[in-house]
Design a protein around this ligand. Structure first.
Ligand SMILES: [Zn+2]
Length: 282
């Protein structure tokens, strides 16, 4: 066991484009917490063969006061090292990859530390719309299959996880944030505080993750910096440049998704998506 008082690792599983950057930023504002972003990107720190956005803090770039001085010693538990480096005792990681979660969970157990796993789910139509927007050149059916595979992997890692765990629906997080965050805090043993709901206040040093959400969170620092990694693209500019900064439900798929894409999704994944489909109350 490593020396020092126990820490808590809070891990998020699920599929990409489900709101895990938002959830990570929120949980990272718990007292004593630090949100690493997608922790698996720690492998790429200082690796000049990787693009800047994958090997440096998305907000600060290479001059980041947190990550510029961090070097992972792979013989020691990762979250312990991040905790020692940042002074945090709660480490939040939105990597989502099942093998990564199993490895970190084993480290936490071996070190006598606490862990919690959150399975973040979102209506597959919204997830796929976001992916079709970002990767219009990729095969649509392949992207739908990839999402289903990620959900299946997440179900497996979640089902096998022996520590505290909970399922969270993105749409509930976005519409009833305080109730959902309180519930997560209770499960994970985090102290709730109202500041967590203001995810765009304060500092963040995320590795990887969703650029639009990070832009909203760090707007004051990056919006007028021509060298910032966090830049909106023509594809995302209208939505995020006007974003209020509060937590709000993103249902762009309803107006953006093409009829052929929706038909393909329903054909391939309609049943698979049934318990994740979000129907608005009217
Ligand atoms: Zn930073």
């Amino acid at each position: 066991m490593e020396n020092g008082s126990p820490i808590t690792g809070v891990m998020i599983c699920g599929a990409g484009h489900s709101g895990s950057t938002l959830l990570g930023l929120i949980l990272g504002r718990a007292e004593g917490a630090f949100y690493v972003g997608e922790g698996a990107k720690i492998r790429y720190l200082h690796d000049l063969n990787k693009p800047l956005r994958k090997r440096a803090c998305k907000v600060c770039g290479e001059a980041c006061p947190v990550w510029s001085g961090f070097h992972w010693d792979q013989s020691r538990p990762l979250y312990r090292q991040v905790a020692a480096h940042t002074g945090a005792r709660i480490i939040v990681d939105s990597t989502k990859n099942a093998a990564w979660i199993r490895a970190r969970s084993d480290e936490l157990t071996a070190a006598g530390d606490a862990g919690a796993l959150i399975f973040l789910q979102r209506d597959g139509r919204a997830v796929l719309n976001s992916r079709f927007r970002k990767y219009p050149e990729r095969d649509a059916a392949g992207q739908i299959r990839s999402w289903m595979d990620q959900i299946t992997d997440s179900r497996e890692v979640f089902s096998a996880y022996e520590g505290p765990k909970t399922v969270v629906r993105y749409e509930e997080l976005a519409t009833r944030p305080e109730a959902v965050i309180r519930q997560i805090c209770e499960v994970a043993g985090l102290p709730f505080r109202a500041e967590m709901l203001a995810f765009n206040d304060g500092e963040s040093h995320p590795l990887g993750g969703n650029t639009g959400t990070q832009f909203v969170a760090a707007r004051g620092k990056v919006a007028n910096d021509p060298d910032a990694i966090l830049k909106l693209t023509p594809r995302t500019h209208d939505y995020y440049a006007k974003h209020s900064g509060g937590i709000k439900l993103d249902l762009r798929w309803k107006t953006e998704m093409s009829a052929p894409h929706l038909a393909l999704f329903n054909d391939m994944a309609g049943g698979f998506n049934a318990d994740m489909a979000w129907e608005e109350e009217t």
